[in-house]
Design a protein around this ligand. Sequence first.
Ligand code: FAD
Length: 410
Amino acid sequence: MSEQTQQRGTSGARRVVVVGAGMAGVQTAVALREQGFTGAVTVIGAEPHQPYDRPPLSKAVLLGKAEGSAFEVDFESLGIELTLGREALGVRTADRELDTESGPVAYDVLVLATGAEPVRLPGTEGVPGVHLLRTLDDAERLRPVLSRQHDIVVVGAGWIGAEFATAAREAGCAVTVVEAADRPLAGALPAEVAAPMAAWYADSGATLRTHARVVRVEPGAVVLDDGARLPAGAVVVGIGARPATDWLSGSGIELGAHGEIVADDRLRASVPDVYAVGDCASFPSARYGERLLVHHWDNALQGPRTVAANIVGEAPAVYDPVPYFWSEQFGRFVQYAGHHASADRLLWRGDPVGPAWTVCWLREDRLVALLAVGRPRDLAQGRRLIEAGTPVDREILADPARPLKEATAR
Ligand code: FAD
């Protein structure tokens, strides 16, 4: 990170331009106003729709239980200029200008909040019947697919794959989920924690095929590497997402190994007066001693407050959250807080065969992460223990009958 970036603050800015009108972009604009910023705020978003929330897309919106999920933000009364259906194509940081489809836009401060794009299954781009699930348009295309009650093949047993499979089963479709790894959520959770989740698929009537790689998609079928040919009226690909930052190549803004914008602990990018927040950016976590790239909703809500504080305020605001997310799958409410990569011990709280259980990860007798299935109170209390970073009593932690908050070692 350049020296110039380290020393500069941005208070006194007259025009903030935010690229990306998702959760992180919209929340940045709102937080700027909440924190008293009186200059111009412009949000530029590529999608034509009124800015909306993504989590309902794989839940209520997909099933037609909600029409849409537009944010309830009165942009006009907040004095936020919203420019939709306009893609940013590049940045010339020396000139402080953004290039867009319809011409340049000058800024004093630029906030990059372009989120992430789903990874495509090679060879399936433009193939009829192959779907992704990232945008409102994707969800709207998938709704009639569900109501036709096709045989559906879901590629990837990650968070999105599991949520889509849940909705498709609820809609009465025959669902097969194919996963290249040996278990669901292989990239997110260790084998012993993910193991009980595999049974959730079968309980819901979905078929989970692990160690299964897709070789090709043919009209009406998915062919696997073991020669199996799965009937597929539709295919839904949920194999991960990548920061949407291709448009920044050549801008001089540093990108990391996953294509993400490399931000510092105040969410500043590597060039002056440029910030990055949400799914498109990584940040150094002092709490966990490593750089984090978080693709979850809470990060797109909390990060913008830090960005706004650094733009508006004199004192530096540091971003070092306890990451949090939830997932609703197979009739269960799954919540996770923290980051378990550096944990040296795992403790079960409750029986994973049952409907409600929690897993706690510790490092040197401090709680660093937990996963709670159907135990929201554990999540709330555990999150506070993680934030406090004080030693915990392992016996209490492992006893599901005792509240987690009692585990603070005396
Ligand atoms: P995005 O929401 O991706 O918004 C970025 C916006 O920027 C997009 O609208 C994009 O079109 C726009 N953009 C991109 N490039 C450009 C450009 N060059 N110019 C202009 N605009 C551009 N998280 C949870 O914690 N729990 C959940 O249950 C959950 N469910 C989810 C379900 C689905 C279907 C999806 C897709 C995500 C879910 N998430 C969930 C993740 C969560 O929604 C994301 O972490 C969050 O939306 C990230 O917000 P963001 O603003 O950083 O990015």
